[in-house]
Design a protein around this ligand. Structure first.
Ligand code: COA
Length: 339
């Protein structure tokens, strides 16, 4: 089913018509042992166009993205779907040529991944897969995703369905060489590491209190709670802090990890955004550089981050949605793959 990372994917010049001699594609849920094959489609799908733009290619190391896929599949297995074509050279007689992965978090549907192998693009596969993982369009459900601004097909496809690019998501890389510009946390606001709050047995008062505080901050800023994603962040080694006000009320939370990933961050008052980022990027020492994903609307984060020495990296990603749902001046997402 999978092909070696170094093997070139099918030729890209002529899209293979869906339902052609290459065989009709069939659609089915992805098996857990096929996540690495999906990661290769993701890598080839990106490298196919970034190479033409003289941008750096995605390296062969896909373990982190495979772990993300494992999480997406564990929460929404029916929304992780592959398109397969007959291939007699494969042990099970078929080969994945495209896949989509989406999650439902309360009323928010988020498309995490949609990738079609270069030789199979522009032949209707992406639209068919999207239809299979999308929710029914109704008044309650919000549909959102993130796209690469350098990718017109994806932006056009989603926008044609109402999921329109709205806000840039900027990738900032570096170290806080002038971290002082983030400013101090206001007097009386104290960070407490999650592990100091969630003491006692799992499911006990400490754990429940932390989950409730995070859920409330998420609903206030992102519009939905997503405790399953917070559990995943803990497994991924991101450390979290809850910021309490003088009266003990939770005012914000934020994460940073030694991998350098910072976020998600949620703050009740956007004035807290910069000092919380300042705290996170000083409380953790990354193995390399920090990597921040900042919505353009979070100018309270973007401006000090640039002044602190972070550098803008790559073309912006675009956050797309069909109706407003979050306050992205007060919420920084996990990554483009998972809000
Ligand atoms: C984006 C992607 C998933 C789309 O899948 P696909 O199978 O190539 O797309 P489809 O053929 O199903 O649909 C593309 C639609 O966009 C339209 N389209 C393409 N380029 C367009 C443009 N520049 N302006 C307007 N419409 C455009 C096509 O006409 C088609 O619409 P139609 O169904 O009404 O004819 C696929 O091209 C891909 O994997 N690209 C590289 C990786 C990527 O960017 N993935 C998305 C990450 S955000």
């Amino acid at each position: 089913m999978n092909w070696p990372a170094e093997e070139t994917p099918p030729a890209e010049a002529t899209p293979t018509p869906v339902g052609s001699a290459a065989g009709d594609p069939a659609f089915r849920p992805v098996r857990a042992d096929e996540l690495a094959a999906c990661a290769e489609i993701w890598r080839h799908g990106i490298n196919d166009y970034v190479g033409r733009l003289n941008q750096p290619e995605v390296p062969p190391e896909t373990a982190p993205i495979v772990r993300l896929y494992g999480h997406l599949q564990s929460t929404d297995p029916e929304r992780f779907v592959a398109a397969v074509v007959p291939d007699g050279a494969q042990p099970d007689g078929e080969r994945i040529v495209a896949f989509a992965a989406a999650v439902m978090r309360e009323r928010l549907w988020y498309l995490s991944m949609l990738f079609v192998l270069p030789g199979y693009q522009r032949a209707g596969l992406g639209r068919s897969l999207l239809a299979r993982v999308a929710p029914a369009v109704d008044a309650a459900t919000i549909r959102a995703t993130a796209t690469d601004s350098a990718q017109p097909i994806a932006n056009a496809l989603y926008a044609s369905l109402g999921i329109v690019p709205r806000v840039p998501l900027l990738n900032l890389i570096g170290l806080p060489e002038r971290g002082g510009v983030f400013g101090e946390l206001p007097s009386g606001v104290h960070p407490t590491a999650f592990e100091e709050i969630a003491t006692g047995p799992p499911g006990g008062d400490g754990h429940r209190g932390l989950v409730d505080a995070i859920d409330a901050l998420d609903r206030d800023t992102l519009g939905v709670a997503h405790p399953m994603d917070h559990r995943f962040l803990g497994q991924e080694g991101r450390r979290g802090w809850l910021y309490h006000g003088p009266d003990g009320r939770p005012l914000a939370y934020g994460y940073a990890g030694e991998s350098g990933r910072v976020g998600p961050v949620a703050v009740l008052d956007e004035a807290l955004m910069a000092p919380v980022l300042g705290h996170l990027t000083s409380a953790v020492t990354p193995r390399g550089a920090f990597a921040l994903w900042l919505p353009g609307t979070a100018d309270r984060a973007v401006v000090p981050a640039l002044q602190a020495g972070f550098r803008l990296d790559q073309f912006p990603v675009l956050l797309c949605w069909d109706r407003p749902f979050a306050d992205l001046s007060r919420y920084l997402p996990i990554s483009p793959g998972l809000l």
